[in-house]
Design a protein around this ligand. Structure first.
Ligand code: 6R9
Length: 660
């Protein structure tokens, strides 16, 4: 990290946990020492949160590293842990899901309801010939059946592969083919932006190219007409008429639970494989520890889509394993109005809200008057996931959603890690805006230089994980080599040349340690820019832009430059009230370039800033800088199939002339 940028993110604000939360927190500071003393014994105690049909003989088998086996010899059923045991304990009448459809229709499902539906779905899948070890693709909107479908697969030992409802037929086809899925569970459609959005035609197109698919199970959601083939079965005819009796059979702790595809930076997606016992242990523990989840009194809401790992671990498995009550919402945040999220918080008296920086920045753009119009006094804890959260967005979240007093947990993790790895503990940590702070108890993270050496406090480099963890990916589906190459060959034993016999996991994120040793994430390493020999992270320049009162959101890329190697090109979305027409726009651009230079040093001054109405994002809200680089370098656009809204790129390309 260059001298000029040494005091980047020199964020001095710090917020202790509210006294009442600290006094009643699920997890206290002692957990760090406990886990540091004997990490494996610590994880064993967390595994005891679950009901095991057969206890394990060995906590971790690392003899074939980096292929891990956790809780070796143990057996359990994931659906039993998420449903049956709560019902058996007399909590069947407790609400599991308050579901809110986008058009305003609602459903309330108790644990008993969810259990019954899952048993029926498990029987229906069995009747369709699905057996343990088979793969089932799930392509559904955010309706309760999405959770039921996942749990039903888990119940019978089928491995699910959830594909975002927004992905194209090609993306769905590739994922079905890669996993040789036997069944697809889908719907006629879902509601998005006030109207029905069809899914079934996309599935029909995919299935035509996927001979492994024997059956398609279709939930009726919108009631729109759909084409019908011999492979198709209505959910309401098949599942709802199946028996509600189903005895959950235990599976090995290492039985494959799900595959979830992550595209990363290359085009070909990787099927990340998660297994049963370790995954559920860490999903359950982190939901308990990081969200301070109190099943008796909390109403928890994670706004993620089920097609993102966040939906897997923190809508389905983590909260349900804890017996929590949660909200699930089908639609977009601005339908029918921009206060929809806050209206839902108000209506269900949500206490814990877990969302993404992209949403917070969008809410900033819409203005603080909107949340101010709702009663959000029920909230007691806020969470963030998906990208680095800029200090300004963090402060806005605390101020305008958190009444200036709620703790924010900025949670760093990945599809590959399965569960949260680095985060404040809400009853313990004095948080800093923009920092994910410290590894959770039982997690060993570090920041290393390009030789794999731990950097001192104040230094920057690559984020790594030094010890295996229970919910770690087990491999890339069907491609052990890619697993080894992508994650384990950069540093440590797998690299051969950087010394040590330790296996070190390379996360692909840049990070720095501040003077107190707290961790700040700086974005994907592929996004780091090299300007006149200085490494500059996109995150830092973006945060500087967002700290200007006229900017709601920004994306920064490095474009090839004849003099500086790479030059910084920024795309900025103005806040609701900023005047950007003609002269005023030019003036704002000049002001922003100077603002960045003043905040970060002249080396970080963007060569070019474009004011744009939107940024290209994936469905989990990550900015697709690769596409912006194409624009900045006047290339034709690469693969846009994983974009949330592909029209955004046309908007940007057409609106950028003269934006110098
Ligand atoms: C859970 C999830 C993983 C990548 C990860 C990193 C970024 C996620 C973050 C964060 C900074 C956080 N990321 N959380 N960066 N601070 N709190 O997002 O999984 O979709 O696989 O993405 O997201 O770059 O490597 P996934």
């Amino acid at each position: 990290m260059s001298e000029a940028l040494a005091n980047l993110l020199n964020e001095t604000r710090q917020f202790p946990p509210p006294a009442e939360l600290a006094a009643n927190a699920n997890v206290t500071a002692g957990a760090y020492d406990e886990a540091a003393g004997d990490r494996l014994a610590f994880w064993e105690r967390q595994a005891d949160r679950l009901a095991w049909a057969q206890k394990w003989d060995q906590v971790l088998d690392w003899s074939n590293a980096p292929f891990a086996k956790w809780f070796v010899g143990g057996q359990l059923n994931v659906a039993y842990n998420c449903l049956d045991r709560h019902v058996e304990a007399g909590r069947g009448d407790k609400v599991a899901i308050h579901w809110e459809g986008e058009p305003g229709d609602t459903r309330t499902l108790t644990y008993a309801d969810l259990h019954e539906l899952t048993c029926r779905a498990a029987n229906a899948l069995t009747d369709l010939g699905v057996v343990a070890g088979d793969r089932v693709a799930i392509y559904l909107p955010m309706i309760p059946e999405a959770a039921v479908a996942m749990l039903a697969c888990a119940r019978i030992g089928a491995t699910h592969s959830v594909v975002f409802g927004g992905f194209s037929a090609d993306a769905l086809t590739n994922r079905i083919q890669d996993a040789s899925a036997k069944v697809v569970i889908t719907a006629d459609g879902g509601y998005r932006r006030g109207k029905p959005s069809a899914l079934k035609p996309t599935v029909d197109e995919a299935v035509a190219n996927c001979p492994t698919i024997e059956h398609v199970l279709v939930v009726r959601r919108t009631g729109e007409d759909v084409a019908w083939s011999a492979k198709d079965h209505w959910w309401h005819e098949t599942v709802e008429s199946a028996s509600a009796e189903h005895a959950a059979q235990p599976f090995d702790a290492e039985h494959p639970l799900f595959i979830l595809y992550t595209s990363g930076t290359t085009a070909r997606p990787k099927g990340i494989l998660h297994t049963t016992g370790g995954y559920l242990t860490q999903a359950a523990y982190t939901a308990h520890a990081v969200f301070d989840l109190k099943p008796e009194s909390d109403v928890y809401w994670c706004t993620a889509d089920i097609g993102w790992v966040t939906g897997h671990s923190y809508i389905v498995y983590g909260p349900l394993a804890n017996g929590a009550t949660q909200v699930m919402y089908e639609g977009t945040p601005d339908t029918p109005h921009k206060g929809r999220f806050w209206e839902i918080v108000d209506k269900y008296r949500v206490t814990i809200l877990y969302t993404a920086p992209t949403l917070i920045r969008t809410m900033m753009k819409w203005g603080e008057d909107i949340p101010a119009g709702f009663d959000m006094s029920s909230l007691r804890l806020l969470g963030s996931v998906g990208e680095p959260i800029n200090p300004e967005a963090w402060m806005w979240y605390r101020q305008h959603v958190g009444r200036g007093e709620l703790p924010i947990v900025d949670t760093w993790w990945q599809t590959e890690t399965g569960a949260i790895m680095i985060s404040p503990l809400p009853g313990v940590t004095e948080t800093k805006p923009g920092s994910a702070m410290t590894p959770l108890p039982g997690v060993v993270a570090d920041v290393v230089d390009d030789q794999g050496r731990s950097v001192p406090n104040g230094g920057g480099g690559y984020l790594v994980l030094r010890e295996p963890w229970p919910s770690m990916l087990r491999t890339v589906w069907g491609d052990d080599n890619r697993f080894l190459e992508t994650y384990w060959s950069r540093f440590g034993a797998g690299a051969g040349n950087t010394g040590g016999d330790q296996w070190i996991y390379f996360a692909g994120d840049g990070a720095k340690k501040d003077d107190d040793g707290h961790i700040w994430l700086l974005g994907r390493v592929d996004d780091v820019m090299l300007v006149s020999g200085h490494n500059i992270s996109t995150t830092e320049v973006e945060s500087a832009l967002v700290s200007h009162p006229s900017v709601a959101e920004a994306a920064v890329v490095g474009a090839t430059d004849p003099t500086t190697g790479q030059a910084i090109v920024a795309f900025a979305i103005p806040r609701g009230t900023a005047d950007i027409s003609g002269e005023a726009g030019e003036q704002l651009i000049a002001e922003l370039r100077n603002h960045v230079a003043k905040t970060l040093g002249p080396i970080a001054k963007p060569r070019q800033i474009m004011l744009v109405p939107e940024l290209p994002k994936t469905r989990s809200g990550k900015i697709m800088r690769r596409l912006l680089r194409d624009v900045a370098e006047n290339r034709s656009l690469g693969d846009v199939t994983t974009l949330q809204d592909s029209s955004v790129m046309e908007l940007i390309s057409s609106g950028m002339q003269g934006g110098k």
